[in-house]
Design a protein around this ligand. Structure first.
Ligand code: FES
Length: 249
């Protein structure tokens, strides 16, 4: 396949940035999108040009590092698919493809296609955990959990924190991400003691980081590579409302 790529290039956070056009040739339809970018970067390096910076780690759809807006859609055109799991056979020979970074004030561009997502880490640190006294590992079945609750917790836990939800939202809302982290623990007995404190602290940090409110368009659900459902936003709102009315403890 031969393709024309329109790629966002930006030296650093202060640089204005612009779209630069590249031609890539003889791309295998079986290569992944990131392998296609690897090939372009090899060509650039061979020509003595600066390679394009982009985030990636596992390349297996589990770490949440890959983060490209492809033709205007976070993670590209395939549903429930991270960029690293997207293959070139979903494009046509001769296509022009636009590649941009996540766009959100809370995710400033570091370089080219790489953005700073540490805002998510700080939200997590505010309350996305269970405080326990360490000791011997308890028996796996010591705390019985109903199958329905375990399933809901596991569904929410599949969030990989990539930030596509933020990138897709006109308000750059992080509520699908925060909702998933809240939902994961609210369905488990271990998550109950800190449930109210968690909701208040994570929402406060989300606001401090500059993420917007839910726009009720649910683009976040549409682009989520792990198919996190909008229901988690309802759960977040419920916990936040109850905590706001009844206090932290
Ligand atoms: S590189 Fe890990 S999810 Fe894509």
């Amino acid at each position: 396949m031969n393709l024309t790529l329109k790629v966002w290039r930006q030296k650093d956070a202060r640089d204005k940035g612009s779209i630069v056009t590249y031609e890539v040739k003889k791309i295998s339809p079986d290569s992944s999108f990131l392998e296609m970018l690897d090939q372009l970067n090899e060509d650039l390096q061979n020509r003595g040009e600066e390679p394009i910076a982009f985030d990636h780690d596992c390349r297996e759809g589990i770490c949440g590092m890959c983060s490209l807006v492809i033709n205007g859609i976070p993670h590209g055109p395939e549903r429930a698919t991270t960029v690293c799991q997207l293959h070139m056979r979903h494009f046509r020979d001769g296509d022009t493809i636009f590649i941009e970074p996540w766009r959100a004030r809370a995710f400033p561009v570091i370089r080219d296609l790489v953005v700073d997502r540490t805002a998510f880490d700080r939200i997590f640190q505010a309350g996305g955990y269970v405080s326990v006294n360490t000791g011997g590992a308890p028996d796996a079945n010591a705390v019985p959990i109903a199958k329905a609750d375990a399933d809901l917790a596991m569904d929410a836990a599949s969030c990989i924190g990539c930030g596509a939800c933020v990138a897709s939202c006109r308000n750059a809302s992080a509520m699908l991400f925060v909702g998933a982290k809240i939902s994961q623990l609210r369905h488990l007995p271990q998550g109950q003691p800190e449930r109210k404190r968690r909701a208040l602290a994570m929402v406060a940090q989300m606001d401090r980081e500059g993420f917007g409110n839910c726009s009720n368009h649910y683009e976040c659900e549409a682009v989520c590579p792990k198919e996190i459902k909008r229901d988690v936003i309802n759960e977040l709102n419920q916990d936040y409302l109850v905590a706001s009315l009844t206090g932290r403890e």
